[in-house]
Every structure is written in C-alpha cells, then in structure tokens.
Ligand binder design. Structure first.
Ligand SMILES: [Zn+2]
Length: 208
C-alpha cells in the first residue's frame, strides 16, 4: 500500500480492521508520538508487528503531544510524523488520535494485542483494564536502550547564548549553574536539569 494510503481516520481504519478480521487476521495496536523517528521506535513497531497479522499505529496529534510534553514539542508536525510511521514496512495502518490516552481507539478497534514500549511493564500499561472487555492482551515490545527524543531534542536545541546562561540560575536554590550540552548542573544541589529550548527544566532534576 502507498504510504499515504495507510494514514486514515479512525472509522476508515475500523472498516479495514473488520475486513481483515473477516479473513481470520489478528490485529495489534501500537501508539506514541513518534517525534523524531529513531531506531527505538522502529524496533518497537517491528516487535509489535511480529505479534499479529495487521499493525495499526495510533499517533498523537500535535495538541495531545503539547499537553503531555510541553509547548516545545512536537518538533515534527503530526502529518509528517504519521507519514514517517506509515512509511515503515511493518506498519499497515496509521491514525491520529487527540485524546490523552488511546482508550477511544482501543474500544473502537478491539485489537487482539495492545503493544507498548519498554518504558512500560505489562502491569503499568494505563489502558490495560480496557482489554478484558473483548479478551485482548497487553504486550511489551522493543529494546530497553535509551533513544529518548526528549533528551536528544535538548541536545540538538543546544545551550542558550552565553548571555542567557549568565542570567539563568538553579531552579531549586537559585545558585549558579554549570553548563553542558543539553543540560545544566547545580553544584550546590548536585542536580542535573535537562535544558529545553535553552531553559533548564525544574523537573526532573536528577542527581549526578
Ligand atoms: Zn541548586
């Protein structure tokens, strides 16, 4: 199927899923923002495809990414994120979803398997309670290596200007910060803060 033919509204995806089921095929649902597609995303989606005949990928709209990850994200608009996911050989169908989680999509498509990445365990998948209604199951796919777009985006966006660095202080103690690419350290608090759009994020500060 041509890449852009794979990207459809929920109802059109539901019709294709029903047609596949009529042929005895099983369906896996994966979901995510897929902002700056990376190898971790590909391994997750290939792992999901291995669990069923048809892989449907629900991609967060720009609005829902902003709500979850802040105003600086996504870096790539939803139409392009959906197109990139659709271009993968393992992907059969793509839809955009605007809700904070993927429950609406799950209830409509009733996939045999709902596949999440390795940032979840089978016990922590937020929508896992939905699947009992139709006998679906949760599975985890992909590798556990760090490919986090949040961290890479901070590194790509780089450090603030030297003038701004001199003005910025530790969000916790308001002391001077030591700067590195994509992060700022507070020697007094012994915390490292990710830098997003040139501004240190209060949360999560991590010890170093
Ligand atoms: Zn501090």
């Amino acid at each position: 199927m041509a890449t852009l033919d794979k990207v459809q509204p929920l109802e059109a995806v539901a019709r294709r899923v029903e047609a596949a089921r009529a042929e005895g095929k099983t369906v896996a649902l994966a979901n995510g923002a897929f902002d700056l597609l990376h190898a971790g995303h590909v391994r997750y989606l290939e792992g999901a495809k291995a669990l069923a005949d048809v892989l449907v990928v629900a991609v967060n709209t720009d609005r829902s990414v902003r709500l979850a990850k802040g105003a600086e994200r996504p870096l790539v608009p939803e139409a392009e994120r959906a197109e990139l996911v659709a271009a993968l050989a393992c992907t059969d169908l793509v839809l955009l979803f605007d809700e904070p989680d993927v429950r609406v999509v799950l209830r409509r498509l009733r996939p045999e398997v709902h596949v999440k990445g390795t940032d979840y365990t089978e016990e922590t998948v937020p929508e896992r309670d939905e699947l009992a209604a139709w006998g679906g199951r949760v599975a985890i796919a992909g590798d556990a290596k760090a490919h986090s777009t949040t961290e890479r985006a901070a590194a790509v966006q780089g450090r603030p200007s030297a003038r701004l660095e001199a003005l910025l202080v530790c969000p916790r103690c308001h002391g001077a910060l030591a700067w590195e690419t994509g992060a700022a350290r507070c020697p007094a608090c012994r915390l490292r803060f990710p830098v997003n759009g040139g501004i240190p994020e209060m949360d999560p500060g991590e010890p170093y």
